[in-house]
Design a protein around this ligand. Structure first.
Ligand SMILES: [Zn+2]
Ligand SMILES: [Zn+2]
Length: 140
């Protein structure tokens, strides 16, 4: 047996030329930093990552989703926050640092954020029109 990586970890199962960064916490397969997915600080090899992370909704994705909902029903100022959080979560999912089960939540958060911002814009426009109409009527 040859030890290629640090601490005798061996090589990545998917990349024989690369040293493994950590063993999978579920099945023990070695994987390099590029292949590993992370869930609550535990490393997973690609097959286990797919199995585990589809079931999980990351906390970040739920926070983004609820911020998006709040931006529509409570406070339009949260709309840019929801868009930012949603995009951030999508990036983390792409980097395998947040579970893929949160993809839809994160996408919905971005969508809700834009909708919240749009509704706010329409509401402002409506108010402006009402105000202008009232001002015109008042002049008569
Ligand atoms: Zn595994
Ligand atoms: Zn690899």
């Amino acid at each position: 047996m040859e030890a290629v990586g640090d601490a005798g970890l061996g090589v990545c199962a998917g990349h024989p030329e690369r040293a493994a960064a950590a063993p999978c916490s579920r099945c023990g397969t070695f994987a390099c930093a590029q292949c590993l997915g992370w869930l609550e600080g535990a490393p997973y090899c690609p097959p286990c990552w797919h199995r585990v992370s589809y079931r999980e909704e990351g906390r970040g994705s739920l926070v983004a989703l609820w911020t998006g909902v709040a931006s529509i029903f409570c406070c339009a100022a949260l709309a840019p926050v929801a868009i930012h959080l949603g995009r951030q979560e999508l990036r983390l999912i792409a980097e395998r640092r947040a579970p893929m089960g949160g993809t839809q939540n994160a996408q919905a958060a971005v969508w809700l954020g834009w909708t919240g911002a749009g509704l706010f814009g329409v509401a402002m426009l409506g108010m402006a029109c009402l105000w202008a109409t009232a001002a015109m009527l008042g002049q008569r």
